[in-house]
Design a protein. Structure first.
Length: 263
């Protein structure tokens, strides 16, 4: 069961003695529960998973439909969690968009920046054209998102679970539809991941992240579609841990704005 650390982030295994921390952001329609097993995949890292409004214990809350206000709320929650330990951001699909915008805004305002940004299943210049899906009635909407490949099979095949997920999924896709890329760069290293058969990304698009960072750690492609992550979480978590270990103590651009003098 998740252990609340606040309204916005949860962990299955609090680790106050871990040297590093990872803040993880789920896919569109996803919840913290889908990613809490990552705590076991990263034994030397404290993993905190974002729980957005409109799902699970926050189901009664209205989900966000615009990126700016959601990123602002997430940033307030994230900065309240920071304790001076090096931290990384990782997101899949919509979560990658949110993690990226958080890194951009924090650095732009001189905040305590992440040492690493991990992005999966999303590239900033290739936003999924979902505007036409949003007005569709539920049955046609579900058929369409299945075709796009942005609905996990275990959700689409379970009517009760599908009914619970649909409001959050619609809101999350509205976020994606309304997002406008501004070409912003981040100062921290970026590692990108994706599925070779992901219908939401053209082949090679993950390499476009190289233009958004001075330290591009490469794009790793795995067998599978948009939700390739379910089958390759161990490999991705291991790669993130390796990058985290290399960045800790580094005097690179990613560290220049860390508040070393904070109490």
């Amino acid at each position: 069961m998740p252990c609340p650390t606040g309204r916005w982030f949860a962990t299955a295994d609090p680790r106050p003695d871990a040297a590093r921390r990872l803040f993880l952001f789920p896919h569109a329609g996803g919840s913290a529960a889908s990613y809490l097993r990552w705590c076991a995949l990263l034994p030397d890292v404290e993993v905190l998973v974002a729980q957005l409004p409109g799902r699970q214990e926050r189901r009664a809350e209205e989900p966000y439909r615009r990126t700016g206000p959601l990123v602002e709320a997430l940033r307030t929650a994230l900065e309240a969690e920071l304790d001076g330990r090096p931290y990384a951001l990782f997101g899949h699909s919509l979560g990658a968009l949110l993690a990226y915008r958080l890194a951009v805004d924090i650095e732009r305002d001189g905040g305590e920046v992440p040492v690493l940004l991990g992005v999966s299943g999303w590239a900033p210049e290739r936003v999924l054209p979902v505007e036409a899906l949003l007005p569709l009635p539920d049955a046609r909407f579900v058929t369409a998102v299945r075709r796009f490949g942005v609905l996990p099979a275990e959700v689409s095949e379970d009517p009760e679970l599908l009914a619970l997920v649909l409001p959050a999924l619609r809101a999350d896709l509205a976020l994606v539809a309304g997002y406008r890329d501004d070409g912003a760069r981040v100062g921290c290293p970026v590692a990108a991941y994706g599925g070779r058969a992901d219908p939401t990304l053209e082949r090679g698009r993950l390499s476009e992240w190289a233009a958004r960072t001075p330290v591009f750690l490469g794009a790793s492609a795995f067998p599978g579609g948009h939700f390739y992550l379910a089958d390759h979480a161990i490999a991705i978590a291991s790669d993130l841990a390796r990058h985290l270990q290399r960045t800790e103590g580094d005097d690179s651009i990613a560290h220049r704005k860390r508040h070393d003098s904070r109490p």
